[in-house]
Design a protein around this ligand. Structure first.
Ligand code: KG4
Ligand code: ZN
Length: 380
């Protein structure tokens, strides 16, 4: 197999006791991870099978939609069977089958959705359509039983948003990016510094060896009111610094890359802290919970430096800090199974068999679009 088979058991918890129904199979194919997982109502991840396509996209420096869709077709049937085998189940033991139906790359979404619908139809089970972003948002309740309402910082390759989450399907967007998503900024920074895709882990690794004070980078929007983000100016500043540095020294050396990555990571941290502090103030105006949760979810939440800073902020502001373990920050199917299960628990008659894929699907359908926002990443 040419793919990275990322330890498929990484997120599965060994059952502590007999799992409680309903059991939901989740399928995730919205970008470059193919995954299938089964979860139970008492928050056990009974199985989790995942293949990352990183090896297939690395030479292109980003996700190629056509390659992604073909790869999902090749590996999804095998992963579904693996998830059933690991949970010692067959399709008849499931109560519902969920799949991501948006937002994401439409070719991949179609593969997951049609597989799930066919399985549901053939076994006379309900099909549940899951918003990928809701999967990230509700992971906090899978791992921690986090109570509503909570404040969510969603930081991924296609999104950077702050939302009040009052219940399943109940989202109030406090802020979003007006240009690039934060993961996208990591990926573009990595690309222009010659680091591998995906950029986030590569920048974090390089930053660990760098001096964050050598280069000065901007903190866009941090002096402004509100909770919106902007990262394109930061990316442009990185390009300028990298070019200057290479011109002066004849080339960009490894320590230069490390210092730029370190400065970039601290600047991103400052932006996230500033905007989240504003959101905390707004959240406090709307809710009087003594210790609400600040949930940080999405692929960028895997970054240890950013996790550390946001956890300190939460503690200072009397918020409980909740962030998934790293394998559940990046795309996975346990979050899709769980979001499906939450929706199914509220409405056991639910069946989304007539729903189509939505390449764009905002969590807060009432929020007004911002010019240029959320249009660039694969998940935008
Ligand atoms: O949630 P995710 O797996 O997919 C989307 O829904 O977009 O997030 C992927 C994003 C990529 O931009 C990747 O570079 C970023 O998350 N990412 C990180 C780290 N790990 C993944 N960013 C910063 N530090 C990391 N350690
Ligand atoms: Zn995601």
């Amino acid at each position: 197999m040419s793919k990275t088979n990322q330890n498929t058991n990484c997120a599965a918890s060994s059952p502590r006791h007999s799992p409680k129904r309903p059991f939901v199979l989740g399928i995730e194919t919205s970008c470059d991870e193919t995954a299938a997982a089964i979860v139970s109502a008492d928050r056990q991840i009974l199985s989790h099978a995942l293949i990352s396509q990183i090896d297939e996209h690395i030479e292109f420096g980003g996700v190629v939609p056509e390659i992604a869709a073909r790869s999902h077709i090749t590996y999804l049937p095998w992963l579904v069977q693996k998830a059933l085998d690991e949970a010692s189940m067959d399709v008849g033991d499931l109560d519902a089958i969920a799949a991501t139906t948006g937002p994401g790359l439409v070719g991949g979404l179609m593969v997951g959705m049609l597989t799930a619908k066919a399985m549901a139809q053939a076994s006379d089970k309900p099909f549940i359509a899951v918003n990928h972003l809701e999967g990230h948002a509700l992971t906090a309740r899978l791992i921690d039983d986090t109570a509503f309402p909570f404040l969510l910082l969603l930081v991924s390759g296609g999104h950077c948003q702050l939302l009040e989450v009052s219940g399943v399907g109940l989202y109030n967007r406090l802020g979003t990016t007006i240009d690039d998503a934060v993961g996208e900024a990591f990926d573009k920074t990595a690309k222009l510094l010659g680091l591998d895709y995906p950029g986030g882990p590569a920048v974090e690794k390089a930053a660990a060896l760098g001096n964050p004070r050598r280069f000065k980078l901007p903190r866009p929007l941090t002096s402004k009111a509100g909770c919106n983000f902007s990262f394109s100016g930061l990316k442009t500043a990185v390009r300028r610094i990298a070019e200057d540095c290479a011109n002066k020294r004849g080339a960009l050396y490894r320590e230069d890359v490390a210092d730029i990555c370190a400065a970039f990571q601290v600047a991103v941290g400052d932006c996230l802290i500033d905007r989240t502090t504003h959101a905390i103030m707004q959240f406090r105006e709307n809710h009087d919970e003594p210790l609400p949760a600040l949930v940080v979810a999405g692929g960028v939440a895997a970054n240890q430096y950013l996790r550390g800073r946001l956890s300190t902020l939460a503690r200072e502001q009397n918020f409980k800090f909740v962030t998934p373990p790293v394998p559940l920050c990046t795309d996975n199917a346990a979050m899709i199974a769980w979001a499906g299960l939450e929706r199914f628990a509220i409405d056991p008659k639910l069946n989304d068999k007539d729903i189509a894929c939505r390449p764009r699907w905002p969590l807060d359908s009432h929020a007004k679009g911002l010019s240029g926002s959320g249009k660039k990443g694969a998940k935008a």
